[in-house]
Write a protein that binds this ligand. Structure first.
Ligand code: IMP
Ligand code: MG
Length: 177
């Protein structure tokens, strides 16, 4: 696959991603100072964002992962969320920050928030790299949003189309042709 195969256009460049993530790291460093921060990333799409974001947070923090699946394949929502890997620890005393790649229908995050809130955390907030408000089907509000994207299927920087394109260093619009 050549680099731009399947990419209609570049939506967010590497430089824009890195500047926004560095800015978000500073905000989170202030907001979570003195708290027991646990970042929980929703695999697989958020793995690159998580890796870059934690290095911009100048505080002691812990990391854990959840794996859910809502898109079995391709570009359409299956409408249900499966927990493939769960967090087994007790979350008492932790301020949990869910780190997500994209908030689209909101079906995934509403389930994840409900699920984690039942584990005794002091707080559960959401930090999403991308927000696609036009796709919303469940009522979910992200506390931290880095970019708002149009009603297009986006790929790259962790986000896939049928498991491909996660390694693109930028966010592109998928070319459906
Ligand atoms: P939800 O629709 O808000 O439940 O999003 C569930 C998951 O679908 C996200 O975490 C992404 O992994 C994936 N997803 C949603 N929209 C897109 C997109 O435009 N490109 C790639 N993946 C997407
Ligand atoms: Mg995905």
């Amino acid at each position: 696959m050549s680099d731009l195969d399947g990419v209609k256009s570049v939506l967010i460049t590497e430089a824009e991603l890195s500047a926004a993530i560095s800015g978000m790291g500073k905000i989170l460093t202030e907001d979570y100072r003195g708290k027991k921060l646990l970042l929980v990333s929703v695999l697989k799409g958020a793995f690159i964002f998580m890796a870059d974001l934690i290095r911009e947070i100048q505080l002691p923090c812990e990391v854990d992962f959840l794996c859910v699946s809502s898109y079995k394949d391709g570009v359409a929502s299956s409408g249900r969320v499966d927990f493939i890997k769960d967090i087994t620890r007790d979350l008492s005393g932790y301020d949990v920050l869910i780190v997500e790649d994209i908030l689209d229908t909101g079906l995934t995050l509403s389930e994840v928030v409900r699920h984690l809130s039942g584990k005794g955390a002091r707080s559960v907030r959401i930090c999403t790299l991308l927000d696609k408000p036009s796709g919303r089907r469940a009522e979910v509000f992200a506390d931290y949003i880095l970019f708002t994207v149009p009603d297009e299927f986006v790929i790259g920087y962790g986000l896939d189309c049928a498991e491909l394109y996660r390694n693109l260093p930028y966010i592109g619009i998928y070319d459906k042709e």
